[in-house]
Design a protein around this ligand. Structure first.
Ligand code: PLP
Length: 384
């Protein structure tokens, strides 16, 4: 094949952009642990890197380059966690700036805006992510600087129409950031839909093995200004991802496409099997035609609807907790996007007042056999 033919994202991910270590010709790049790099006599840096906090370690830059390619951005930045990445995005704002954030949303981001964000002088308005008119009226031209979306969104997997919100926000001069942790670049490309910034908890699907805490921001192709500002701020604040975590993340991303597609297919099979089950109040999964966000999901996502769903168990909190207690294949733990399936009583993990229904269990579907997961859930529901 000609070297000029652009490669598909699956190929770029599987080969980690085709990285070969120049000295040894190793197919797997080594982890360079160095934090500092020799300077030439004329004060230049032959390797282009001076110090790991300002430039990122080698593995950090390699993982960033792959993420830039997968999201179609102008540059990516890796942070020590997803929350560090979200806080870095809000860190570009100034006292008095206004943020519009959707509901539902990952509770940690909403809490950040209520706490540290408010202390820094950011004003926040929360709107229903499915209500475009609510975005229209909440976004104040000149005052609103950032609109924060998450789609599909914790914990009901509500969909937000990224292109429609971006059009509204851009008319008012506001930027749009999308937490795309659940969709991943496999299923959705927010920058191509008009978003200015994509955020990931790379702790989840990007790494995929429940053994790295990391976060990412990727700026849109025409947002070099934003990327530069974020890079300067990260250097000043110092929350850069270390080389070993970045190396593990890069290794995890090589299997991103097969993991996300398999988990999505299994999640759909589980959702279809339990939809209408008399022991449940609801199955919340965007792949089901009855889900309120299904039409947007069909338009905005390709190749699957994600590897995560929620069930609402008849009998309230007690029945939901008892169901989780009787699961064996699903492990009771927080987080999502790993190779092993997890179940979580979401309301009890969200600190403080929560909008999450007490009867809701969040299921992160891994790579196990679908029949094993379905049988596990079925027997657990028989106990309640
Ligand atoms: N965004 C979403 C959608 C999440 O699920 C999470 C973590 O659960 C975060 C952000 C925060 O990521 P981290 O735990 O890596 O800080």
């Amino acid at each position: 094949m000609s070297r000029n033919v652009p490669l598909h994202p699956e190929t770029l991910a599987a080969q980690a952009l085709g990285l070969i270590e120049p000295g040894t010709r190793a197919i797997v790049p080594p982890v360079h642990m160095a934090t500092t790099f020799e300077r030439e006599g004329d004060l230049s840096y032959a390797g282009g890197v001076s110090y790991a906090r300002s430039d990122g370690a080698f593995a950090t830059r390699q993982a960033e380059d792959l993420l830039t390619a997968l999201e179609g951005g102008c540059g990516a930045l890796l942070y020590a966690s997803g929350m560090a990445a979200a806080a870095a995005a809000f860190g570009t704002l100034a006292r008095g700036d206004h943020v519009v954030i959707q509901q539902p949303v990952y509770y940690g981001v909403a809490r950040w805006l209520e706490g540290p964000g408010a202390a820094l002088g950011l004003g926040t308005t929360t709107v229903d992510g499915s209500d475009l008119a609510a975005f229209e009226s909440a976004i104040v031209p000149g005052l609103t600087k950032l609109v924060w979306l998450e789609t599909p969104a914790n914990p009901t997997w509500a969909l937000t129409d990224i292109a429609a919100v971006a059009a509204i926000a851009h008319r008012a001069g506001a930027l749009v950031a999308v937490d795309s942790t659940v969709a991943t670049p496999v299923l959705s490309r927010p920058l191509a839909l008009g978003a200015d910034l994509v955020m990931h908890s790379a702790t989840k699907y990007l790494n995929g093995h429940s053994d790295v805490l990391a976060g990412a921001l990727i700026a849109a192709p025409d947002r070099h200004d934003l990327r530069t500002r974020l890079a300067d701020l990260r250097s000043e604040n110092g929350a850069v991802l270390g080389p070993f975590e970045a190396w593990l993340l890069l290794r995890g991303m090589r299997t991103l496409f097969v993991r996300v597609r398999t988990a999505s297919a299994t999640a759909l099979a589980i959702a279809e099997r339990f939809a209408g089950d008399p022991r449940l109040v609801a199955v919340l999964y965007p792949g089901l035609p009855g889900h309120p966000g299904h039409d947007i999901a069909v338009r905005q996502m390709r190749g699957g609807f994600g590897g995560i769903l929620s069930i609402r168990v008849k009998g309230g909190r007690e029945a939901a907790v008892a169901t989780a207690a009787h699961l064996h294949v699903f492990k009771r733990a927080t987080s999502l996007g790993g190779v092993e399936s997890l179940v979580e009583h979401r309301a009890s993990i969200e600190r403080g007042p929560t909008k999450t229904p007490q009867d809701l269990l969040r299921l992160s579907v891994g790579l196990e056999n679908a029949d094993d997961l379905i049988a596990d859930l079925d027997q657990a529901l028989h106990h309640v």
